[in-house]
Write a protein that binds this ligand. Structure first.
Ligand code: AMP
Ligand code: GLY
Length: 427
């Protein structure tokens, strides 16, 4: 089979790595890819959001499947354009991808499906929003409706912070159009879990769970990032909870989307809070999480490719995936300055030695090759240093042993990935 993966980050490196191991594969391309991906796929210089060029390339090569990594091409209609061109695509059409693009749409769908989620109000008027805040009290969460580069959510611990968020988003317009509508919701307390389900429009099967680390600093301090590390499986998310989430969240939402004529096909990423009252939905994303995908792929024992094909073709009803009875852990190495303005172009050495640590697998997220052929940082999150182990503690020890061998003075990472599951380093 000929496969095209769209994207060029750690998530896409992990997907390409998994697909490259499939006996079904004839040839694998990635657009635009990165130097790490180039070790397992042919990189094509087409941007992940250049829909016409991606479709033209996929048609010219008669791709058997286009696998979409990031949300942007999905919200721009890559899956729709593939369907029109007669190409099979893994990933939802734009109408279903709205689940990630609009928080109020997500809330409508979750409520219509009866899926548990925080109580909320939707506002287009700042005075009405302020009145609701005073009525509800703090802590409370203020969210810009649209996509705001991960910065559209304020968890306010007092009313003043919440009112400031309303003023900034609605009156000062710091997120532009995305903040014209606000969702204000109940603050949920508990363990946060990323859960993934593979969907074919009608059926869904669990694709595993991971815990991300969103804050830049140890102990979950400092500003939010795209994710500084992940581990899988998270012990707090028991098989019973997974079954409950499939029954209460995933299946009803899938049915509601199908009922509306916008069936969801691809991977549904449920951001969950495990509250005292049970798991509740924080949000949905319409793609794999990054770095969660890297941690998940390290544990997947089944061939990924037939699973992606079954999702794209409506064949998941009796599909089963097998997982290694192992733990995996992924440490993100970022360029100094991230999540603000990361330092670019600094040289990274020592990856060969780091990759020799038993159980370790390195994924590239934001690297490039400079004119002299040196590997350099080219983005905020630059490397994913992953490892598997018989236990989470073993996986953590291996990942950090590899991190120590990476010779990159301008890079940094969190030193406490999996701290909620393994409170004491070296435990
Ligand atoms: P989001 O952009 O929706 O992923 O939200 C960013 C982060 O805000 C989430 O990862 C949660 O940690 C936090 N968050 C969002 N909604 C809530 C909520 N209702 N209660 C508590 N924390 C929340
Ligand atoms: N790591 C969280 C995300 O991919 O959205």
């Amino acid at each position: 089979m000929k496969i095209l993966v769209v994207g060029g980050g750690g998530r896409e490196h992990a997907l390409c790595w998994a697909i490259a191991a499939s006996p079904l594969l004839t040839r694998l391309w990635c657009a635009p890819g990165n130097p790490g991906i180039a070790e397992v796929a042919e990189c094509v210089a087409i941007g992940a959001e250049d829909i016409p060029a991606l479709v033209a390339f996929a048609k010219a090569e008669a791709m058997d499947l286009v696998v979409v990594g990031p949300e942007a091409p999905l919200t721009l209609g890559l899956a729709d354009a593939c369907a029109e061109a007669g190409l099979l695509c893994f990933g939802p059409r734009a109408a279903a991808a709205r689940l990630e693009g609009s928080k109020s749409f997500f809330k409508d769908i979750a409520n219509a499906a009866g899926a548990p989620t925080a109580a909320h109000g939707r506002f287009t008027d700042p005075d009405a929003a302020r009145a609701y805040l005073r009525e509800q009290g703090a802590p409370i969460v203020v969210k810009a409706d649209g996509l705001a580069a991960g910065k559209g959510v304020v968890v306010a611990f007092n009313l003043a912070e919440a009112e400031e968020a309303v003023a900034e988003m609605m009156e000062a317009g710091i997120h532009g159009e995305a903040g014209r509508i606000l969702v204000i919701e109940e603050c949920l307390i508990g363990e946060e879990i990323s859960f993934f389900a593979l969907c074919d429009g009608t059926h869904a099967i669990p694709l595993g769970a991971a815990q991300d680390h969103k804050r830049v600093g140890d102990g979950d301090t400092g500003p939010n990032t795209g994710g500084m590390g992940a581990y899988s499986p998270p012990p707090a998310f028991t098989p019973a909870l997974q079954a409950q989430v499939m029954a209460e969240c995933i299946n009803p939402v899938l049915a509601e989307l199908a009922r509306r004529g916008t069936p969801f096909q691809g991977v549904l990423f449920a951001g969950l809070m495990l509250t005292a009252e049970g798991p509740k939905l924080l949000e949905f994303n319409v793609r794999f999480g990054d770095p969660e995908c890297q941690a998940l792929m390290l544990r997947l024992r089944s061939d990924l490719l037939p699973a992606l094909l079954a999702a794209a073709q409506g064949g998941l009803r009796d599909f089963e995936l097998r997982w290694e009875k192992l733990a995996s852990l992924l440490v993100v190495m970022a360029a100094r300055g991230y999540p603000g303005t990361p330092l670019r172009g600094t040289e990274i050495r020592g990856l060969e030695a780091a990759a020799q640590v038993p159980g370790v697998q390195i994924f590239h997220a934001g690297t490039a090759q400079d004119e002299a052929g040196r590997l350099v940082a080219h983005g905020g999150r630059v490397l994913g240093i992953g490892a598997t182990g018989a236990t989470l503690a073993e996986a953590r020890a291996a990942a950090y042993a590899a991190v120590a061998l990476v010779d990159w003075p301008e890079g940094f990472c969190r030193s406490d990935i999996a701290w909620r599951a393994l409170p004491t380093p070296g435990e």
